[in-house]
Write a protein that binds this ligand. Structure first.
Ligand code: GLV
Ligand code: MG
Length: 336
């Protein structure tokens, strides 16, 4: 009998964190390309050595009358390039669209062996993943695809958030999940037209000052709750969590801040929708060198991962050893 994944718990000593499987592949930025655009397709060879993942987008942002051209363009782009260690992903249309069946069947038939991950938008519950899982299994068998295509869900509906744990554990094909703040805002009835990031009206004020000094305003992160919930669901199932898009290309600082929050909370990467966001993601989702140096000191100070020591006045013990190992392991992958 095959035991469910939760029975295979790593030993407490020496494990980075319970249940966690470290990423074996860097996926700091999932770079979106509109494949119907020949000029953009011609830039793919340059992108390959620059980004961790290239994604051919077939869903939102591709006009209805360009859906077939985008699908055909993605197939061409996959056939014409060798991707090496760069991941090749596609985002297909959502399951109740008129295009999705052809997206899935034609892509697996033509470039199934090259595709690493299929991103599925607007996932509402595990039933969506089960459907895609079965369909991929049938198509892989028909077309003799050697390696299973993984599934990445976008968390972008209120119902999806409600079912996040069941989605994360729906199939061994699950690669991970991305937050989709734009669709999620609409689905929740949030009053914003932004794609990710904060909002000047989502804030708290400091208490009134008796002397009449102006009150301090602190903006809050409207995505904190969903990201934290998604990270827990993903890590508990050994899959990866990602922040999705940041739509204001003119505000690199705010993009960096949103990506950094996601990184600190446990996300492995974010989407880059504009070339300027590639470097931001690369920097944010690679551990900071001073942090790595301190983390290495923790590991060295506690060679077997147990006990308690003081470093620069800060208490370290088995738990901080595990935190340090997460950072040092990621740094090793970045350096390799
Ligand atoms: C992404 O697809 C989003 O809706 O934010
Ligand atoms: Mg969306």
């Amino acid at each position: 009998m095959k035991l469910p994944r939760q029975f295979f718990r790593p030993l407490a000593i020496g494990a980075p964190t319970p249940y966690r499987e470290l990423p074996v592949r860097l996926e700091r930025m999932i770079h979106f390309v509109p494949p119907q655009n020949e000029k953009m397709r011609s830039k793919v060879p340059d992108l390959i050595n620059q980004v961790d993942v290239v994604l051919g987008n077939l869903e939102d942002a591709i006009p209805a009358d360009a859906k077939e051209a985008a699908r055909a363009g993605f197939i061409k782009m996959a056939q014409e390039n060798e991707f090496g260690s760069t991941g090749l992903w596609t985002r297909v249309n959502c399951l109740n669209s008129p295009w999705v069946l052809d997206d899935i069947t034609e892509i697996v038939a033509n470039v199934g062996d090259k595709l690493d991950v299929m991103m599925l938008p607007k996932v509402e519950g595990p039933w969506d993943i089960h459907y895609l899982d079965q369909l991929l299994a049938q198509l892989e068998a028909r077309h003799n695809v050697k390696k299973p295509i993984l599934i990445h869900a976008i968390l972008e509906t209120a119902e999806g958030v409600n079912n996040v744990e069941a989605i994360a554990s729906a199939s061994p094909r699950m690669h991970g999940m991305s937050l989709g703040p734009a669709d999620l805002a609409a689905s929740r009835g949030m009053k914003t037209t932004r794609v990710g990031g904060g909002h000047p009206d989502y804030k708290v004020l400091s208490d009134p000052d008796a002397g009449g000094a102006p009150r301090q305003i602190a903006q809050q992160d409207p995505w904190h709750y969903t990201i934290a919930r998604m990270v827990d669901a993903c890590q508990a199932n050994g899959i990866k969590a990602f922040y999705g898009p940041f739509g204001d290309f003119s505000d690199a600082e705010a993009c960096e801040a949103q990506f950094r929050n996601a990184f600190l909370l446990g996300c492995a990467g974010a989407w880059s929708l504009h070339p300027s966001q590639i470097a931001i993601a690369k920097n944010v989702f690679s551990p900071d060198k001073d942090e790595v140096a301190f983390a290495k000191r923790i590991l060295e100070a506690m060679p077997d991962g147990t006990g308690a020591v003081l470093l620069d006045g800060k208490m370290q013990d088995d738990a901080t050893w595990k935190q340090a190992k997460v950072i040092v392991d990621l740094a090793k992958i970045v350096a390799s």
